[in-house]
Design a protein around this ligand. Structure first.
Ligand SMILES: [Zn+2]
Length: 325
């Protein structure tokens, strides 16, 4: 019988312990892998996240991206009016759309600097007018057609068109809170007159200008514009004429411009005030007695009543200059 040395027995025990620890470690290692693999997504489904954009990279604006994709939105197509209003008709560069304030403004706006006559001569607007294309075209056609013809009949030519007011964001007649004027839509022009090449300024509202000449201008504008307001329309248009292209139901037009004669026939509104130093009034009985005593002396014709005061002229002088409607 072999005696087992206690030293040998201890080493065996130690060796078995180490062996068991190795098995346990291997089991733990395998288990750890299994757990890790169970938690991990299958490699085929893994989607790599994009790398964050470097801070120094140039910024790309969303609008610019959209514009690059739709280049046709960059420049809106010019309107049919814009295409027709060539430099053979008028010097009228395109202006950017006017947006506000409020309901004011519009697109297809031009700066009407001059009208070009068929003989290529230019009739400048002083100053240039801001108008929507359709209104600018109407003004150009009026000057090219009618105004040029009227000047020709007068033995001269037209050299300048007065612009009293064009685009102006305001209520009618500059009344606060009033309905918006066509001026606010760049659809109106106020004019005081035209200048002829012979130096004459034909004021549309000046009674010193021949009545026949003023009547020709009235007929021409009322045929071309849907609203014409001049002297006689209201208190605001005694020194200029308002023209616009307002659209109304059934094509209704307004043409209110009276050609005053040199002496307007306005009836006096009330009898003249009796002067304090006037002699006392005589009764019908006194008068009969006096006339009987004076016979057969020739009687003086009754004194003509004092000419009526032109209240319009007074009003005109009272208000501040400016353009209305
Ligand atoms: Zn006006």
């Amino acid at each position: 019988m072999h005696a087992i040395a206690p030293g040998n027995g201890g080493r065996q025990e130690q060796s078995r312990l180490i062996s068991n620890l190795r098995i346990l470690a291997a089991a733990c290692w395998t288990g750890a892998i299994l757990i890790t693999c169970a938690n991990a997504a299958p490699p085929a489904l893994r989607v790599p996240l994009p790398k964050p954009r470097p801070a120094e990279a140039p910024k790309v604006e969303p609008d610019k991206q959209a514009e690059e994709k739709a280049p046709e939105k960059l420049a809106p197509q010019p309107s049919a009016c814009r295409l027709a209003l060539t430099e053979d008709i008028a010097i009228a560069p395109t202006l950017p759309p006017i947006i506000g304030p409020g309901a004011c403004g519009g697109d297809d706006i031009v700066r009407l600097e001059a009208v070009v006559l068929p003989d290529k001569s230019r009739v400048p607007l002083k100053p240039a007018a801001t108008l929507r294309c359709t209104m600018a075209t109407a003004v150009a056609e009026w000057v090219r057609g009618d105004v040029a013809a009227i000047a020709r009949e007068a033995g001269t030519s037209v050299s300048e068109l007065d612009n009293f007011d064009s685009f102006d964001c305001r209520g009618r007649n500059r009344v606060a809170g009033a309905r918006m004027s066509e001026h606010g839509r760049a659809n109106a022009l106020d004019v005081r007159g035209v200048k002829f090449a012979n130096g004459q300024f034909v004021s549309f509202t000046d009674r010193a200008v021949a009545r026949e000449l003023r009547a020709k201008f009235i007929a021409s504008v009322c045929a071309r514009f849907t609203t014409v307001l001049g002297p006689g329309s209201d208190w605001y248009h005694e020194d200029h004429v308002h023209l616009d292209l307002a659209e109304r139901r059934s094509g209704y037009r307004i043409c209110q411009w009276d050609v005053w004669d040199s002496m307007p026939k306005i009836a006096p509104l009330s009898p003249a005030v009796r002067p304090e130093d006037a002699p006392p009034r005589e009764t019908a009985e006194d008068k009969a007695k006096r006339e009987a005593a004076e016979k057969p002396a020739a009687s003086e014709p009754p004194a003509a009543p004092a000419p009526p005061k032109d209240k319009r002229a007074n009003k005109k002088g009272a208000r501040k200059p400016g353009a209305f409607r």
